[in-house]
Design a protein around this ligand. Structure first.
Ligand SMILES: Nc1ncnc2c1ncn2[C@@H]1O[C@H](COP(=O)(O)OP(=O)(O)O)[C@@H](O)[C@H]1O
Ligand SMILES: [Mg+2]
Length: 211
């Protein structure tokens, strides 16, 4: 297996699984954490990720196919998304280009997640990939996900996306507005979620003002 990435929580390897190109995501142990607590946390994140991946696949939301899970070593073997780049790299490489169609697609994607009560937990442009040929989006990295129908949880998910988008990609306020407009059209009771989002934004602002 060839290691392709070392993150804060996980290592990613590229390999094959019964002839198919495969990514192995391994949540490694952190020596500074108490050993049994550490194992529990890694196992929890692994199972949350697998649960959300399966739920999305069932709902027709494009995510990598799960091939195999090794619970003891916290490894997920999944389909490698070939011909895809992260949305982050895609946007950075095309500075100045109009991303309105991508924003609509992202709005559709988040709507699909929330209509199925999947809260992603870490919606960033590094956790969404785009197919270079079809421009279709895929979503991954569900280790912080949860299942919830609460407007509050959905509002937090949108807030995380807004912060991530604006901090990684300057001058994208209009893109987030397109995401929200799409969301309003597609999600039941989206007005409750948007009201929560506004509330969370206010809290965030107060916090920075108080410092
Ligand atoms: N199934 C996959 N196919 C292709 N690339 C992947 C796949 N899973 C992860 N990656 C790449 O590895 C990066 C890190 O994976 P991710 O699951 O987001 O872990 P981390 O917790 O380290 O952020 C992603 O941003 C993406 O570039
Ligand atoms: Mg990630």
């Amino acid at each position: 297996m060839e290691m392709i990435r070392q993150g804060a929580e996980a290592r990613l390897y590229s390999t094959t699984f019964h002839g198919r190109s495969c990514i192995v995501k391994e949540r490694f142990s952190k020596s500074y954490r108490h050993a049994s607590l550490d194992a529990k946390l890694r196992q929890k994140r692994t199972s949350q990720e697998v649960r959300a991946l399966l739920r999305c696949r069932k709902a027709g939301i494009r995510t990598p196919v799960v091939y195999f899970v090794d619970n003891d070593s916290c490894k997920i073997y999944m389909e490698k998304l070939d011909g895809c780049t992260t949305l982050r790299d895609f946007i950075v490489a095309r500075a100045g280009v109009d991303f309105e169609h991508v924003a609509v697609a992202l709005g559709d994607l988040v709507s699909g997640l929330h209509n199925n009560d999947v809260i992603h937990g870490d919606l960033t442009t590094s956790n969404v990939m785009i197919d270079s040929e079809t421009n279709e989006l895929r979503v991954l990295d569900f280790g912080l996900s949860l299942m919830s129908n609460l407007a509050e949880d959905k509002g937090v998910d949108l807030y995380v996306l807004e912060r991530a988008l604006l901090s990684s990609h300057p001058q994208t306020e209009h893109l987030f507005q397109i995401i929200l407009d799409t969301y309003k059209k597609r999600v039941k009771k989206s007005d409750e979620v948007i009201a929560k989002l506004d509330e969370i934004r206010m809290r965030g602002r107060k916090r920075t003002m108080v410092g």
